[in-house]
Ligand binder design. Structure first.
Ligand code: JDE
Length: 237
């Protein structure tokens, strides 16, 4: 999979070269390219924002630098590869595990990381009409506001990239985790020692009856989901 990220703070995205994602890039499972939006300005001050039409607080990002930057990324396509263009914004649709799975099946993602009050709305509208682009998505991590789209883009990239074949050592862990195939939160996990600060690991987990352990874990998963995320349960959602 190829991923391109456009930002006015490219250094913010440096952690993408660490750990499992760094390894995936050296194995060529993943290619991540970071681009500086200011390289696509044409004035002496490298301006990327201006005041909003219609008034209001704050600044809006100019369409021209975004148009130039996304054009440049698209122009680097090899062999008719088609892209999904993603704007990370609190005004977007909620990003979740099902969306991560859909995105992991695509070949090319381009992230546009906005700052200030957002990006001129015509940028998303324009690129939705471009032949090289399969889909334009506006995605939100959750109901809160960040200073910029970079952290949201990194979270989405990590959620998607770990689903690519060969990125996670043991792919079994993918189906057993929270938001995995069960749709429930995961049961609590324990390791050694069996007693720590007076707290004992449930005896059943140490007895090795795999049927009983599976039953206990699924009851715990339902209980935890009901307690902290009842919206995930079909009856109560
Ligand atoms: C992404 N969940 C939250 C913030 C923004 C007032 C203040 C700021 C593209 O436009 C953006 C992007 C961001 C940063 O992303 C997030 C986010 N997922 O906050 C604003 C809008 N209004 C605009």
């Amino acid at each position: 999979m190829r991923i391109d990220v456009i930002s006015i703070f490219p250094e913010y995205l440096e952690p993408l070269s660490l750990s499992l994602l760094g390894k995936a890039q050296s194995k060529s499972v993943l290619e991540i390219n970071i681009h500086n939006l200011r390289d696509h300005t044409s004035d002496a001050h490298h301006t990327v924002d201006d005041t909003p039409y219609g008034g209001g607080a704050g600044m809006v990002m100019l369409p021209e630098p975004w148009g130039e930057a996304i054009d440049a990324v698209l122009a680097s396509a090899t062999g008719g590869t088609r892209a999904t263009l993603i704007f990370t914004t609190p005004a977007g649709a909620l990003f979740h595990q099902r969306r991560a799975e859909t995105l992991a099946a695509t070949e090319w993602l381009i992230f546009a990381c906005g700052r200030y009050e957002g990006i001129d709305a015509r940028v998303a509208e324009h690129f939705a009409t471009r032949a090289e682009i399969d889909a334009v998505l506006e995605l939100s991590l959750g109901d809160y506001v960040l200073n910029g789209g970079e952290v949201a883009a990194m979270a989405i990239i990590e959620a998607v990239a770990r689903l690519l074949p060969g990125v996670i050592g043991n792919p079994d862990s993918l189906s057993e985790e929270s938001h995995g195939t069960s749709g429930l939160l995961e049961a609590p996990a324990f390791t050694k020692p069996a007693i720590w600060r007076g707290l004992e690991v449930p005896a059943l987990l140490r007895e090795g009856n795999h049927g009983k352990i599976a039953e206990w874990r699924s009851a715990q998963a339902v209980e935890r989901t009901r307690a902290v995320r009842p919206d995930l349960l079909p009856e109560e959602g």
